[in-house]
Ligand binder design. Sequence first.
Ligand code: BDR
Ligand code: CA
Length: 307
Amino acid sequence: MSVPIWLDCDPGHDDVLAVFVAAHAAELVGISAVSGNAPLHRTVANALIAVQLAELDVPVHAGAAKPLTREARHAAHIHGESGLGGPVLPEVTRRADPTPAVRALLDAAEARDDLWLVAVGPLTNVALALTLEPALAERLAGISLMGGAWGPGNITAAAEFNVWADPEAAQIVFESGANLVMAGLDLTHQFLIDRERIERVRALGGRVARFSAELLDFFVEAYERSYGEAIGPLHDPCSVLAVTHPQLFASERRHVAVERRGELTRGMTVVDRRSGGMPEAPNTTLLTRIDDAGAFEALVAALGALP
Ligand code: BDR
Ligand code: CA
């Protein structure tokens, strides 16, 4: 029996790959979109494109159009203005489900005991759901999230994009008491895509694989422009794989808190990795190592199995 997953995302190149991996390796129950890499209307459309291309019978729900207290900020420098720069995007023929994301997520969690929430965008929808229904933290099997870092950030020296975009939401999630699994940048930068791997994906030949390869061409070029090397970290699939392929990971139990006020450190995750002294009580399973080759094979298996 495959694990049931709700995917909250802001597609986003790597978010789309997370949809594809979840569709293949899990029971993908629903998708909610949030403002993040691109404005909400785009992340909803991009999620619909992903389910349409993969011919999935999975509802897509629109969530928050902006962070809890801050203005929406996007990541066009990596993902393009549409959020999915690169391939010619198909006309969107699917329609979003009219039930708002938070309601739909709460209903899905209520309907079963074993639902994993995989959250790979800013945590606004998740924080709203936990605020409306704090018992959600207990209802869920866990929350596997992509966000934060214990080393350097990406959007700033200190902060990772998803947590930086809505630090107040992230803090609510880290304080929720849920079974949290964190894939921060130090982990996701171990799962890398380069041009050779992109050709392996393209050679799979199907529609989903070819679309993914075109997404990755753009993604790797964006990383080359921004960071000087044509190698991109596959952030968001890590959080799906942490649920579907836990044997690929090593982890530590740690306390994580979010800096919300610092002048230079807004959105930084403060990960207590002290081995001595008096570390804070752990609230998070911090993923520390991923088997990069094994993760790539899992991605290839998913893309090869889809239409
Ligand atoms: C995260 O931000 C987005 O650009 C990616 O989709 C990923 O979720 C990495 O910082
Ligand atoms: Ca994302």
